[in-house]
Design a binder for this molecule. Structure first.
Ligand code: C5P
Length: 397
């Protein structure tokens, strides 16, 4: 871990004293720990405490003229391999979620391209408040890693959700992220995500239940492993991930055109999107009025984007998904053969808490040789990493 720089942001929570342990453990691993204290944090712990532990100057004021960093928020934001905010109050979470930059810590986070880890600590009511939850969701969708909070005894004396995660766990997560593989550097990757929408009339469309979470997780994971990622996204409610070029599309046809324009220049195509297989033959120009008891819609096949890329030269690695409700392995293998794929990721969408819309997914990875790797129920972020592990192996072969 030597040569790594972690910026540790400490905010105004009673759990700030535990951040001293975090700083100490990171320093003992050989990491340069640059501490930034918010004004409120200095009420709980002193800069001298951290300075003594890290042997580094501590930033408390944006306008410190004697600081060794010329313009701290730029210098630290650029130097950081990772920024950890531990503990993170509801206040800092709200500021970061909304791009407020009114002190050294918020400026640094806003200016950085490094991964950011947040360990919230607060009163249960503040944590459960929908506005805090919304802010945390925004940060999570932007690729921030959240650790905790836990259920347990709080400073108020009560028991509830909001307790700071154990420093050991925070340090382990930080080290894991710092150690992350950079095995896709120089690779051009296209990932598709979300569910396409096929217009019936100006108001209605044929869609599906895809949330886009799996594709977005893959895009973020590939980015973190060093790839240049372009994400072709059907409509989703997800925030655009940082550092990734997002091409918004609506229909299967538009997705097909976008993939077709880029495919000759890519090393890897991952089609995580739930592409409509059929679309209305004709889109009605005006809203269709309620009239007869029956309305028969005539549908036609959409282009099979993955199948169409099979003959592409130079040939990229091509990975597809198979969301099934029955005969999972058989159906997935048929698709792998029909579309001539390198890998297919099969998921049984009837498993509770997995698949469409969920944060977790339980998948089976099947390759050309018929080799089957069954993964347990995992967060989509972890599923993404496991898929990319297989992609990297295939590239090496
Ligand atoms: O044939 P099926 O829709 O079940 O195959 C699923 C896989 O094929 C997914 O990877 C999906 O993104 C892709 N697909 C496609 N074009 C379609 C339909 C699906 O590329 N029209």
């Amino acid at each position: 871990m030597s040569n790594k720089i972690v910026v540790l942001g400490v905010t105004g929570s009673i759990a700030a004293y535990k951040a001293v342990d975090v700083a100490s453990q990171l320093t003992q691993k050989g990491i340069d720990v640059e501490v930034i204290l918010t004004k409120a944090a200095t009420q709980f712990v002193t800069p001298l405490t951290f300075r003594s532990i890290t042997a580094r100057p501590v930033v408390t004021d944006m306008f410190q003229l004697a600081s060794p960093f010329s313009i701290e928020h730029v210098a630290l934001a650029e130097a950081a391999d990772l920024i950890a905010i531990a503990p993170a109050t509801a206040n800092i979470i709200a500021k970061l979620a909304n791009g407020i930059a009114d002190d050294s810590l918020t400026c640094t986070v806003l200016a950085t391209a490094a991964p950011v880890v947040i360990a919230p600590a607060m009163h249960t009511g503040m944590y459960n408040n929908p506005v805090t939850q919304l802010n945390l969701t925004k940060l999570h969708q932007r690729g921030f890693t959240l650790i905790g909070p836990l259920h347990g005894r709080l400073a108020s004396g009560g028991i509830g959700l909001g307790r700071f995660a154990p420093p050991d766990e925070i340090v382990t997560t930080i080290c894991h992220l710092l150690d992350r593989k950079k095995d896709l550097i120089g690779k051009e990757v296209i990932i598709t995500a979300g569910g396409t929408q096929e217009a019936i009339d100006p108001v209605r469309y044929i869609g599906n239940r895809s949330s886009g979470k799996m594709g977005y997780a893959l895009a973020a994971a590939a980015r973190d492993r060093g790839a240049h990622v372009r994400l072709i996204s059907a409509p989703t409610s997800l925030a655009k991930p940082l550092g990734i070029e997002v091409i918004d599309v609506q229909t299967a046809e538009e997705m097909s055109v976008a993939v077709g324009e880029m495919i000759s220049r890519v090393d890897i195509l991952i089609m995580a999107a739930a592409v409509a297989d059929y679309r209305p033959v004709k889109m009605q120009k005006e809203k269709v009025k309620k009239a007869d008891q029956r309305w028969d819609l005539t549908l036609e096949r959409t282009p099979d984007i993955l199948a169409e890329t099979a003959s592409c030269t130079p040939r990229p690695l091509r990975i597809g998904f198979a969301a099934e409700t029955e005969n999972l392995l058989h159906n997935a293998k048929v698709k792998l053969d029909q579309k001539d794929l390198d890998l297919i990721i099969a998921n049984d969408i009837t498993i509770a808490g997995s698949g469409f819309g969920a944060d977790q997914n339980q998948v089976v990875i099947i390759d050309r040789t018929g080799c089957i790797e069954e993964l347990p129920l995992l967060n989509k972020t972890d599923v993404a990493q496991r898929i990319l592990d297989r992609v990297v192996k295939l590239l090496a072969e």
